[in-house]
Design a protein around this ligand. Structure first.
Ligand code: PMP
Length: 284
């Protein structure tokens, strides 16, 4: 079935959507993106994603072609037109089309594209009941991972390495310490304390991370924001990841070694429940 997508001010059937071959998103990965989950036809944490988008654009000296109100309107319109009950909305803004040159063009109009992906039962993923397996790989990405750019080749390579090793995802390691997953933030739990790397240029400032840490604090759970090693992961009681599309997902194995008893732990399970319940309530 053909979707309706949004391209530079117009709602069009996906077959008719067009972007220039000179678009800097295509030539330089000169663009940023956001992924917002949809549950029950409503957007999860829209304000957080809009705020991070504005920050990413600002760091790259790029103007937004739309206001936050217009952005919300476009998200809602696409969800409605495509009848999305559960799934996600992908948004991408690039610096636009200009003759190829490394320097930012002065007169390019930013390109904006949004599309939906329907994922029925997104919140009842079977993986949440069994947990996922990860491998560890060196973090070879650039140094501004806090900017959510579309240059995702290394994370793709990481996912492929995980698949080849019979795992689901990869956790990336820099100077002996975990930065994050290929498309998610990483956590361990030891003796009741939740540990996750602190915010810096080294990781993406996850919108789900912010919400989960807030809910953890409200539930009187202890949180330490600091880097941790793969040895600590192997010795942890449990581990999990967070992202807009996986919410809170238990991790039960790293580099073929079980974490804890190899089953989703109570902290991850509880945080997933709280996150889903509270986010559904606050959804727009
Ligand atoms: N880190 C990376 C590298 C990611 O790609 C993502 C997903 N966009 C996240 C963390 C999680 O961020 P969020 O909770 O905002 O989806």
């Amino acid at each position: 079935m053909s979707r309706t997508v949004y391209v530079n001010g117009e709602y069009v059937p996906e077959e008719e959507a067009k972007i220039s071959v000179f678009d800097r998103g295509f030539l330089f990965a000169d663009g940023v993106y956001e992924v917002t989950s949809v549950l029950g036809g409503k957007l999860i944490d829209f304000a957080g994603h809009a705020a991070r988008l504005a920050r990413s654009l600002g760091e790259l000296e790029m103007d937004s072609p739309v206001t936050d109100d217009q952005l919300l309107e476009i998200h809602r319109e696409l969800v409605a037109r495509n009848g999305v009950e559960d799934g996600l909305v992908y948004l991408q803004i690039t610096r636009g089309a200009a003759d190829r040159d490394f320097a930012y063009p002065k007169d390019a109009e930013p390109s904006i594209v949004l599309f939906t992906q329907s994922k029925p039962g997104l919140a009842d993923s079977p993986a949440a009941k069994t947990g996922i397996k990860v491998i560890s790989i060196e973090d070879l990405r650039w140094g501004r991972r806090d900017i959510k750019t579309v240059q995702l080749l290394y994370p793709s390579m990481g996912k492929m390495a995980a698949k080849k090793a019979g795992a689901d995802d990869a956790w990336m390691v820099q100077d002996g310490q975990v930065t994050e997953g290929t498309s998610n933030n990483a956590y361990i739990v030891k003796d009741g304390v939740i540990v996750t790397r602190q915010l810096s240029h080294d990781i993406l400032h996850g919108i789900t991370r912010a919400a989960v840490l807030r809910f953890a604090a409200e539930a009187q759970m202890k949180v330490e924001e600091r880097p941790f090693t793969i040895d600590e992961v192997k010795a942890a009681d449990e581990a999990f990841i967070t992202s807009a599309s996986s919410f809170v997902m238990p991790v039960v194995e790293i580099d073929k070694q079980l974490i804890g008893n190899g089953k989703p732990g109570p902290v991850a399970t509880r945080l997933r429940e709280i996150y889903l319940e509270e986010s559904r309530k606050a959804a727009v």
